[in-house]
Design a protein around this ligand. Structure first.
Ligand SMILES: Nc1ncnc2c1ncn2[C@@H]1O[C@H](COP(=O)(O)OP(=O)(O)OP(=O)(O)O)[C@@H](O)[C@H]1O
Ligand SMILES: [Mg+2]
Length: 255
């Protein structure tokens, strides 16, 4: 649970991101406490993915700091951040669809030491990482699909597999970019419960960008609202729902 006094697990301060003269992020300061579940919402193009990119190291900010477990990581490449326990998932699925579910997780686990995913031989049964991979699959409820090809999974199951992969990489702080994207509404509830259980049982810190407002308000302990590259508000779900500035920024969209 959130302890507001503790040092942040992950924090950014005064983040600016300018690409080709376009100001994408402007003075964004945000922090998640150890074990906190922080939601991030905002309309299309608000800068949510760019924020995740800056936190994960995929993009370098023009100005500002990024701190993780007390270290300034602004100049750390993504694989160094991953080794330190900072993991991310992507708005669009990133799986090896021709490989089995177990192989996908095992390959992700291997990248923990190699720093990259692709050029690895087929996974062997004697592989010492198999136990960890199976454990990660168990944590997302996919144990019984381990030997199937990833392309046999539904979109909701693929999203669960991506979560297992980031857990297998050793991540204890997760940056999730729209984990519900592409998932049928019938499968969303199931995925929400997997994410809730992961957060509760594994002591994870989670920063989750998500368009499904009901999901964010249900899962997150605090919610950050982005608008045109700026942070509009950070509050409890109840506070955000009642916030008139947020309401007016969302005119025409459901909150
Ligand atoms: N690599 C890039 N180069 C130039 N502009 C970019 C780049 N990536 C994003 N942008 C621009 O930055 C702005 C913010 O994009 P971003 O993808 O972060 O939005 P978002 O909040 O994630 O939107 P969505 O809800 O649609 O995923 C947009 O105007 C986008 O066009
Ligand atoms: Mg996005």
């Amino acid at each position: 649970m959130t302890t507001t006094n503790s040092a942040p697990r992950i924090a950014c301060a005064g983040l600016d991101l300018v690409i080709a003269g376009n100001r994408i992020l402007s003075g964004v300061s945000l922090a998640a406490a150890p074990g906190e579940f922080l939601g991030v919402i905002g309309s299309n193009g608000a800068g949510k993915t760019c924020l995740i990119n800056v936190l994960s190291g995929a993009m370098t900010p023009t100005a500002g700091s990024v701190r993780f477990d007390g270290n300034e990581i602004r100049k750390w490449p993504p694989h160094r951040r991953a080794r330190a326990g900072l993991g991310r998932t992507f708005q669009t699925s990133t799986l090896f669809l021709g490989r089995t579910v177990l192989e996908n997780v095992r390959l992700a686990g291997s990248s923990r030491t190699t720093g990259f995913l692709a050029a690895l031989p087929p996974v062997r049964r004697s592989d010492p990482g198999i136990g960890d991979a199976r454990e990660a699959l168990g944590a997302v409820g996919l144990s019984d699909r381990a030997e199937e090809k990833a392309d046999a999974l539904s979109h909701g199951e693929r999203r669960k597999l991506e979560l297992a992969m980031v857990i297998a990489q050793g991540a204890t702080c997760l940056l999730l970019d729209e984990p519900m994207a592409g998932v049928n509404s019938a499968d969303i509830h199931d995925l929400v419960e997997v994410i809730r259980a992961l957060h509760a049982t594994q002591g994870l810190t989670i920063v989750m960008v998500e368009h499904h407002m009901d999901v964010v308000l249900d899962l997150a302990e605090r919610v950050a609202v982005m608008h045109h590259g700026e942070l509009l508000a950070v509050d409890t779900p109840e506070g955000i729902t009642a916030n008139e500035t947020v309401q007016s920024a969302y005119i025409g969209e459901s909150l």
